[in-house]
Write a protein that binds this ligand. Structure first.
Ligand SMILES: [Zn+2]
Length: 504
């Protein structure tokens, strides 16, 4: 507690020494960042037409085209060999059952069976299957099923049964075949593992869990076909289900499955505003325009609109770009250059920003700061019942690499926006610092600030809709990023990197 109090007093002292008067020019152009313009952008980006903007899918491509068009309208330069788009080609990997044969009958996926799997390609050929009865997990300890095909008959989806199935997976069978008698006629879900990585690059191995056994769901007819050579039926096995631990049964199973890859188009979008006397140095504003796409679980709301996540940040950065572009047009351009950077694939594990950090269009050593905005249009759980609910922002990262940056940020708020700034999520053990695109700049030694409203009940749900956005609050938080950036782009010295990073 003492340490904290001392630090707090030190901040107060620093702030009071460094508060400047308002810059009327910065103030003037901040009016471009307002509810009208942010609503205009967001009502397009978060509309159902954009299909939840999933990286590599049509909706994200439409969003990319919209953002590039807005950048052109603002006369932002296209810095990727004359284009606003930086290619981030993704590879989608899905697991496919190539063939599944039971006692010489060839079965059809999606009709006779439903497959989900992961890991490397596999060929399975066995002459017997192991039937696992309905005994509790604790009685399955000594069974040997590694490399075998096992058959489980389930009824319902109790957590006990799911836990039992997961336990069996850990014993590394070659294949788990399940019949769920409660869902005899149900349509089975067909969630094969799909993962994304970047072509010729990073994290080829990220996505698919290695060595987990494939799982096949079958109907009762197919189960009886599988049991036909052993003289058993589902019915008589079920009668004895309770009493059996395992049973070896004659059955000929041939199965082959493996990953199939296809390339997907995806882009980071860059708009560049050239500075004047310090133009070699670059300030980066960023937000991710991708979200998680369409809801395929058959619910009523088919689109994950991602209005807050991160339509709010994308709209905010577009408005900030307009403010700086207009200032420049009227003779008040920034001394340093500013790059407005909209990322793809944030929702796929920060792929777009990782790609940029490894293939920067402007050198990282000349990149003075990244101001990253991800979710600024809502009131999060922590502030639902707070008197500050309509006037707060979480800031993360400002003091982690540069003590200057923290002061500049505090000053911009004290002079202009006067919000309650909450550093709760900047605590060293808070994981948010690693959870959005700024982290890939921080990893490269570039100071960052992350602007964030905190989680809310609609996070990553179909209900993250534009009707729930507070545009006044969104615009005010974007203005805080704008004023901070105005100072960063125009001051004599770039923020010094003087704090040792804490590695994850
Ligand atoms: Zn996000």
């Amino acid at each position: 507690m003492i340490r904290k109090t001392l630090l707090y007093l030190m901040f107060i002292a620093q702030i009071s020494l460094s508060v400047y008067a308002q810059d009327p020019i910065a103030q003037k152009y901040s009016a471009e960042i307002n509810p009208k313009i942010t609503r205009k952008h967001l009502s397009i980006l978060a509309s159902d037409k954009y299909e939840g903007r999933e990286a590599g899918k049509r909706g994200a491509e439409m969003a990319a085209a919209y953002i590039a068009k807005e950048f052109r309208k603002l006369n932002l330069l296209a810095p990727v060999n004359g284009s606003h788009l930086q290619d981030v080609q993704l590879i989608e990997t899905s697991m496919i059952a190539n063939s599944f044969e039971v006692n010489n009958s060839i079965l059809k996926p999606g009709k006779d069976f439903w497959f989900s799997g992961s890991g490397e390609a596999k060929n399975i050929q066995v002459n017997e299957i192991t039937f696992i009865g309905n005994r509790p997990e604790s009685e399955l300890k000594n069974i040997e099923i590694a490399g075998k095909v096992i058959l489980i008959i389930l009824n319902g989806n109790s957590s006990e049964q799911i836990s039992r199935q997961n336990y069996l997976k850990s014993k590394k069978p070659a294949l788990i075949v399940t019949l769920n008698t409660e869902e005899r006629n149900a349509k089975y879900s067909h969630h094969s593992a799909v993962s994304l990585s970047v072509k010729n690059g990073i994290r080829e191995s990220l996505p698919i869990r290695e060595n987990a056994p494939g799982i096949i769901q079958i109907s009762e007819d197919i189960a009886n076909l599988m049991l036909s050579r052993s003289g058993k039926t589902v019915e008589n096995l079920q009668k004895n289900n309770e009493n059996l631990t395992t049973l070896q049964l004659k059955a000929e199973i041939k199965m082959s499955y493996g990953p199939v890859q296809r390339p997907l188009k995806s882009f980071n979008i860059l708009g560049y505003l050239e500075g004047t006397d310090l133009k070699e140095e670059v300030l980066v504003y960023s937000a991710h325009y991708d979200h998680i796409g369409l809801n395929t679980d058959g619910g009523k709301d088919k689109v994950f609109n991602g209005a807050d996540d991160d339509g709010s940040g994308t709209s905010g950065v577009l408005a900030i770009a307009k403010a700086f572009a207009r200032a420049k047009k009227e003779g008040h351009g920034p001394r340093r250059s500013i790059l407005f950077l909209m990322f793809t694939g944030e929702e796929k594990n920060l792929l777009g920003s990782e790609y940029y950090s490894l293939n920067p269009v402007f050198p990282m050593a000349k990149t003075i700061t990244n101001l990253n905005i991800d979710m600024i249009g809502r009131i999060g759980f922590e502030y639902k019942n707070s008197p500050d609910s309509a006037n707060y922002c979480f800031l993360v990262g400002a003091d982690r690499l540069s003590s200057d940056l923290h002061k500049i940020s505090e000053n911009a708020n004290a002079v202009y926006t006067k919000m309650k700034i909450d550093y709760k999520h900047n605590a060293p053990d808070d994981q948010i610092y690693y959870w959005s695109d700024h982290y890939n700049f921080a990893k490269s030694g570039v100071p960052v600030i992350f602007y964030y409203n905190g989680k809310h009940e609609d996070y990553h749900k179909g209900s993250d809709e534009i009707s729930k956005i507070n545009f006044h609050l969104l615009s005010k938080r974007a203005q805080l990023a704008y004023f901070t950036g105005w100072d960063l782009a125009n001051r004599d010295k770039r923020p010094v990197v003087d704090v040792l990073p804490v590695r994850k």
